[in-house]
Design a protein around this ligand. Structure first.
Ligand SMILES: Cc1cc2nc3c(=O)[nH]c(=O)nc-3n(C[C@H](O)[C@H](O)[C@H](O)COP(=O)(O)OP(=O)(O)OC[C@H]3O[C@@H](n4cnc5c(N)ncnc54)[C@H](O)[C@@H]3O)c2cc1C
Length: 568
């Protein structure tokens, strides 16, 4: 661009066009193909207008709003002008826009209305997947709301089901509630058994006393939380799960003080608070012990949300990087014609598809569980896949989104492109809802790992029998071989410390083996259907197979100690 008279002299000035997003549903060829494969035609026909509309909003109005809203953050007002403690939080303009949208779109309501039976979870999470990256993590309170609704539903507590679930699942914004999940204390988020919050029974009523160290979505109307009824023993089994409404019927705080909002690396639009509970009125949801077990349904749901939002963040990074590559030129060509840049983007795309297939495998299993239409193997698969999908997709998201930042060169590092926020917001995904290590241990050491691995092998076999394409047949041997090696490894490394030290590598190997077979299965399907992207799906499977799927090795805990503490 040659500009004159603008005070910048007469030198040629170049202005780079920013990346543009289109309709995120129409542009996502992979999502649309997967939905065609998985959903009965009449179900897809019924939900497609909603997906199209969400895709339009996510790539247009909401994305533009998000960029304009970049500098706003939630504000906490602790006192009013007259000295009354009010602890009021004002959320950002984008959050004010998307809260009613999320309710009316049914992002929580859909799986409870169950219009499409076992496919209702796919319906819901396809919308969540489109919504997430343009919502400034409004998916955080939504995940906990869904988790709370599910937990109350399976608790059998009819009073609380009648009181709260209609609000949590409502599609009427004026009626809809969100829920928090208050577990983490300063003593530990992984080791919640160390919680110090006490529950005191006063007649028919329970009151809670303690401090909750990380409470996101503190603007919610209710929360599920853990506390130790007086007289109960130590550890997780001595905790009980409680239902708390954050305000009384006159709108006054229910014995809850917001001490401050956290000053965080990312998720800066999410108000995450430190709370003091001072005689907060609470209701016991079920038993007065075993709270860590009672709250598990919440974690199954929030980990599925984490997996889907991880993939959504990856998709946004890839979509922006691909759009930019088409606009940006270097060395006389478009970036999208430079072989190495194309190779880099293709690697990101293959990881994103692999993560998508694993996350949505989990979503499908959840839908079947809620339809009471599940085999024993599927139950074992759901149990093992929940922590593995969460930990693996979150790690993939950080890697892919980080690569997307680099794909913009220096622009990726500049705040008002909106790109750094995407990386910062993605970085929370491996931490909350269980860190990578804690979930790897959960996958391996709790539950029946043998049944889980047997179910994984059966799933792999069921995919492998459908493979007839020679370019895929060889690759299809790899996943079963990796799982067999996991079993061998476990047989020969019975020592508890060795098992713990290897847990992350084992979990990632199981997850990547499943991702590979799911890519292969999808590619085989594409080949058989005219008009599907067979070449692309085969390329994704071949490319993913060339990355380390099997991450097992023989590193022993004492070797790691020697590396970190040479003088010990
Ligand atoms: C933005 C944000 C929002 C959050 N919102 C909420 C919320 O709404 N509600 C809520 O309850 N919590 C919330 N959390 C807390 C979050 O769930 C915890 O931070 C997380 O579970 C980790 O707990 P911690 O911080 O105590 O770390 P720690 O448990 O101290 O872990 C520290 C490190 O030790 C590792 N580690 C721990 N145990 C083991 C082990 N046995 N073996 C190997 N490694 C181990 C972990 O992997 C981690 O790397 C939020 C956190 C963030 C960052």
């Amino acid at each position: 661009m040659n500009e004159k008279g603008d005070g910048r002299g007469s030198a040629e000035i170049f202005v780079q066009s920013p990346p543009k997003l289109g309709n995120q549903y129409q542009d996502d060829r992979f999502l649309r193909a997967w939905l065609r494969r998985k959903l009965p035609a009449e179900v897809l026909r019924d939900i497609e207008p909603e997906l199209d509309e969400m895709g339009r909003l996510a790539g247009g109005e909401l994305y533009e709003f998000q960029l304009r809203d970049r500098l706003n953050e939630p504000q906490l007002t602790q006192w009013d002008a007259w000295g009354n403690r009010v602890d009021r939080i004002e959320v950002t303009p984008l959050w004010q826009r998307v809260a009613p949208l999320a309710a009316s779109a049914g992002l929580i309501g859909i799986p409870y209305a169950r219009r499409h039976g076992q496919f209702s979870r796919v319906h819901q999470f396809a919308l969540v997947y489109l919504f997430h990256a343009s919502s400034d993590l409004y998916t955080c309170p939504l995940a906990m709301t869904d988790g709370a609704a599910r937990t109350l539903m399976v608790s059998g507590n009819s009073r609380l089901i009648e009181r709260a679930v209609p609000h949590l699942t409502s599609r009427d914004p004026a009626h809809a509630w969100t829920s928090g999940q208050w577990m983490t204390e300063s003593t530990g988020g992984s080791d919640v058994g160390a919680s110090l919050t006490v529950a005191r029974q006063l007649g028919d009523e329970w009151r809670l006393y303690g401090k909750k160290w990380f409470t996101s979505a503190i603007t919610s109307q209710m929360a599920l939380t853990l506390a130790r009824p007086e007289g109960n023993g130590a550890g997780g089994s001595g905790l009980a799960m409680f239902y708390v409404e954050t305000h009384d019927s006159d709108g006054r705080p229910n014995g809850i003080r917001i001490e401050r909002l956290k000053d965080k690396l990312g998720t800066r639009k999410v108000p995450t608070a430190e709370l003091t509970l001072e005689a907060a009125r609470a209701e016991l949801v079920g038993e007065n012990r075993g709270g860590t077990r009672s709250i598990e349904p919440m974690l199954v749901v929030t980990r599925a949300w984490n997996s889907v939002t991880s993939v959504a963040s990856m998709r946004r990074g890839v979509a922006l990087a691909a759009a930019y590559a088409a606009e940006r030129r270097a060395f006389g060509s478009s970036l999208s014609d430079l072989p190495l840049h194309v190779d880099t983007l293709a690697g990101m795309e293959a990881e994103t598809r692999a993560a998508f297939l694993l996350a949505f495998e989990l979503v499908e299993l959840l839908g079947r569980q809620e339809s009471n239409d599940m085999t024993g193997d599927e139950r074992a698969l759901l149990r093992l896949l929940t922590p593995i999908a969460k930990l693996l997709t979150a790690k993939q998201a950080v890697a892919v989104v980080s690569e997307a930042i680099e794909a913009f060169g220096g622009a990726g590092y500049v705040e008002d492109t909106g790109l750094p926020a995407l990386l910062r917001d993605t970085h929370v995904l491996p931490i909350w809802e269980g860190t990578t290590n804690v979930l790897a241990l959960d996958a391996l050491l709790r539950g029946d790992l043998n049944s889980g691995l047997a179910a994984v092998l059966k799933r792999i076999e069921s995919c492998r029998t459908s493979i007839v394409e020679p370019r895929l047949a060889d690759l299809a041997q790899m996943p079963a071989a990796a799982i067999t090696r996991v079993r061998e490894w476990l047989k020969h490394h019975g020592d508890a410390a060795v098992m713990q030290a290897g847990a992350r590598r084992i979990a990632i190997t199981i997850g990547r083996a499943l991702q590979l077979i799911l890519l292969i299965e999808h590619a085989q399907w594409s080949l058989a259907i005219a008009g599907e992207d067979a070449a692309g799906t085969i390329a994704a499977a071949r490319r993913f197979a060339a990355t380390p799927v099997d991450q097992l090795n023989q590193i022993l805990p004492e070797e790691s100690q020697a590396l970190l503490r040479p003088d010990a």
